[in-house]
Design a protein around this ligand. Structure first.
Ligand SMILES: Cc1cc2nc3c(=O)[nH]c(=O)nc-3n(C[C@H](O)[C@H](O)[C@H](O)COP(=O)(O)OP(=O)(O)OC[C@H]3O[C@@H](n4cnc5c(N)ncnc54)[C@H](O)[C@@H]3O)c2cc1C
Length: 423
């Protein structure tokens, strides 16, 4: 067994929560080491070279909004924010595949949702009073399902809230937590176009959030161990006293800190009696190697299709389908063909399937219901030197990059504070 360097901070998991914690702690003067189980950092937010298409693809096309202030501060800190691209104003083109109707929501660039006052910018077939349920949702008391707080029908629901909330909560919105939806509305739609500009990593999400962060951390002396899975922890005297890896055991003192930034089902195995979310929802992403036709926008919301969002990227069209559990048992080629039929119709392209890849993330996020939301623990644990981070901890947001980064920052701030007090 070896002992930790005095006052060392061990971060377990190199997903965005773990990386954000490390970025925040750099400069604390404490030695930092990240232990990541797999051979690649990034966790659920990663890019990789795909054999089937011969392209660099993301496990999921990650969308950020300009109101995601922690995610953007992280990208700024590691110097990669310029690799996020989006329109100069918040614009969301939509297509209804059943009726072929098209419209674009233009939220402008103000700090207030003035667009609801302008009938040319509003969702087609809606009047000002149709937006009142958004206000009710934004300030809903307690936590109930969205279906209990508002009527989940009509144009405002089908053409704005359903696509927006399905993407952000990764659950059929009527089942989703009104509290999580309210937080999203307050931080994005409620703050006007300035907080709703869509931002995409055209050259891979890893090139924004992962590789630059790893390089930045290494330059500052942070050690990052890949294929370094934590198998267990020993506890004594109210603190974590040992970390057990496959080949090493590291003894810890009270002044060492551990930030556990692993998924909830791993944390629940490592920490006795930890309450965590237990139900998850999947996301399907399809990537097609094809030159996108010029008439397709960078991102298109699709109503009444199998596709929900279609993204055009250099040499590729990618499709995202949230809450996609029903598609996980379909044969892959059948699924690729079905998704491509939508894309071919939308893009006026040949129905012949181009080179494709399907990425199915079964446990993409915890199920954003009020019951699961109530199971999210805060960062502090019963052990004085153990903190939790991850998009599934109690950040008040659904499982998103923004939630992961905020959780990492919060755990890091608590660790710094405790180490200062202990010094
Ligand atoms: C397909 C898909 C699409 C998404 N789309 C969006 C989007 O458009 N916008 C958005 O904001 N968010 C999106 N998300 C959510 C976003 O990716 C996550 O919220 C975020 O990446 C979670 O980061 P995390 O660090 O909390 O967890 P994770 O990424 O799960 O990181 C945990 C890390 O811990 C490691 N680990 C596990 N066990 C151990 C162990 N025992 N020892 C050491 N390491 C361990 C894992 O390998 C992993 O690297 C999407 C997610 C998916 C899957």
């Amino acid at each position: 067994m070896r002992s930790s360097e005095a006052g060392m901070i061990h971060i377990i998991g190199a997903g965005l929560a773990g990386l954000a914690a490390a970025v925040r702690l750099t400069g604390s003067g404490r030695p930092i080491v990240i232990h990541e189980a797999t051979a690649q950092a990034g966790g659920r937010c990663r890019s990789y070279q795909d054999q089937a298409t011969g392209m660099l693809i993301d496990n999921g096309t990650h969308l950020l909004l300009s109101g995601n202030r922690a995610a953007l501060s992280f990208a700024n800190a590691v110097g990669s924010a310029a690799s996020l691209h989006g329109p100069s104003e918040a614009e969301f083109p939509f297509l209804d595949l059943a009726s072929s109707e098209q419209w674009t929501l233009r939220f402008g660039d103000g700090r207030f949702p003035w667009w609801v006052l302008d009938k040319d910018r509003r969702v087609p077939q809606t009047g000002l009073t149709d937006y009142l349920p958004l206000v009710r949702l934004a300030w809903a008391a307690g936590d109930r399902s969205i279906g209990e707080v508002m009527d989940c029908s009509g144009p405002i629901y089908q053409r704005l809230l359903e696509p927006f909330l399905l993407a952000a909560l990764n659950i059929a919105p009527r089942e989703g937590s009104a509290k999580l939806a309210g937080a999203l509305i307050r931080e994005t739609l409620g703050l006007g176009g300035q907080a709703c500009r869509p931002l995409l990593a055209r050259d891979g999400i890893g090139n924004v959030f992962v590789e630059p962060a790893i390089a930045w951390l290494r330059q500052r002396g942070v050690r990052i161990g890949l294929e370094d899975e934590l198998h267990g922890m020993q506890f004594s005297g109210g603190h974590v006293s040992q970390l057990d890896f496959a080949e090493t055991r590291i003894g810890l003192e009270q002044e060492d800190a551990v930030i556990l930034a692993v998924p909830p089902y791993v944390a629940a195995k490592l920490v006795l009696n930890l309450r965590t979310p237990t139900d998850f929802r999947g996301i399907v992403n399809a990537h097609f190697r094809v030159d996108p036709p010029a008439h397709l926008p960078p991102m298109l919301g699709v109503i009444n299709g199998l596709c929900q969002w279609v993204f055009t990227l250099p040499g590729r069209i990618s499709v995202t389908i949230s809450d996609a559990g029903h598609l996980f048992n379909l044969p892959r080629e059948e699924l690729a063909q079905a998704i491509w039929r939508d894309v071919a119709k939308i893009g006026r392209l040949s129905e012949i399937l181009p080179p494709w890849q399907i990425v199915r993330e079964r446990r993409a996020t915890f199920a954003a219901t009020s019951e699961q939301n109530a199971l999210r623990p805060g960062p502090e644990t019963a052990w004085s030197n153990l903190l939790l981070a991850g998009d599934w901890t109690a950040t008040g947001l659904p499982a998103t990059i923004e939630s992961a980064v905020r959780s990492g920052y919060h755990a890091a701030d608590l660790a710094s504070h405790r180490l200062r007090v202990a010094a």
